[in-house]
Design a protein around this ligand. Structure first.
Ligand SMILES: COc1ccc(C(=O)Nc2ccccc2)cc1NC(=O)CCSc1ncnc(N)c1Br
Length: 270
């Protein structure tokens, strides 16, 4: 995919598959190779309005250098008078959250495989000094083999009705974000704890009818494990070591990968 310059004429555009903050995403096939990709079309006028040119340029540089099995690839990009187009890896099984809603909750093996994939992808990104990987659930996609892909970046999806939009977003906030303290990438470790809980129980740990109740439960770390469904003690141990108020005391990404529950349950092929 390293052709010097691309244009829309190199692609057959297929169905609309998603909506991002700055543009729409389409399925597409590269004519020469027949390779199926996702094309994200961003309108320059929109970028001007939010003065996002520099942000997008910097991000493209960063993304271009990332190559990890659990990070959605940015293969190439090109632009014409009014658009910037990103040539993205296509995740054929779509949003992980739609799958979670469909099956209600994941098995311990599936949940552990996704948590291990996320920890590996985040460790890789932190090593490459990319920390604002926002692992909100809407940013998680699945490829044809069911492998998790962090799709991230400029991707504030207009989440569909299935996710009660507002609660969906605040459920993942770490205490330091709510208390407006300085936060670093340890928020990702907190979010991993939230996601692990939700993969196993089907809903996030601090969910409440009212937003304020959710916020109160988060800052209190009011964590409890229902008696059903059955979840192993090791899984609860990992969650309890991630949902810790003091961000410096949260399990590190490396320790997550070495945790007994992960070692025992995660599928190494990701
Ligand atoms: C590496 O992935 C990206 C890299 C960059 C940006 C981006 O817009 N950056 C950005 C845009 C404007 C301003 C500042 C940053 C976006 C993505 N990714 C996405 O938008 C995900 C598209 S949805 C999708 N993709 C594949 N397969 C599917 N089945 C689906 Br549904």
């Amino acid at each position: 995919m390293e052709k010097p310059e691309w244009s829309m004429h190199d692609f057959e555009i297929g169905k609309y598959i998603g909506e991002g903050k700055f543009g729409k995403v389409y399925l597409a096939r590269e004519k020469q190779s027949g390779y199926v990709v996702a094309l994200k079309v961003i309108f320059k006028a929109k970028l001007d309005k939010y003065r996002f040119h520099a942000h997008l340029r910097r991000e493209i540089e960063i993304q271009h250098g990332l190559d990890h099995p659990n990070v959605l690839r940015l293969f190439a990009w090109f632009h014409d008078a009014e658009r910037v187009v990103l040539v993205l890896e296509y995740a054929a099984r779509g949003e992980l959250y739609k799958l979670l809603r469909t099956v209600r909750r994941f098995s311990e093996r599936t949940a552990a495989t996704y948590v291990a994939s996320l920890a590996g992808a985040l460790a890789y990104c932190h090593k490459k000094q990319v920390i604002h990987r926002d692992i909100k659930p809407e940013n998680l996609l699945l490829d044809i083999e069911g492998r998790l892909k962090i799709a991230d970046f400029g991707w504030a999806v207009r989440s569909n009705a299935k996710r009660h939009t507002l609660c969906g977003t605040i459920d993942y906030l770490a205490p330091e974000m709510i208390e407006k303290k300085a936060h670093d990438h340890a928020v990702d470790n907190w979010t991993l704890g939230i996601l692990c809980y939700e993969f196993l129980y089907g809903s996030p740990p601090f969910e409440a009818a009212e937003q304020d109740d959710t916020l109160r439960r988060i800052v209190k770390v009011d964590l409890s494990f229902p008696t059903t469904p059955y979840v192993s003690a090791e899984a609860k141990d990992l969650i309890s070591k991630l949902l810790v108020k003091d961000s410096s005391k949260r399990l590190s990404l490396d320790d997550i990968m070495k945790h007994p529950w992960i070692v025992k349950n995660a599928d190494p092929s990701g």
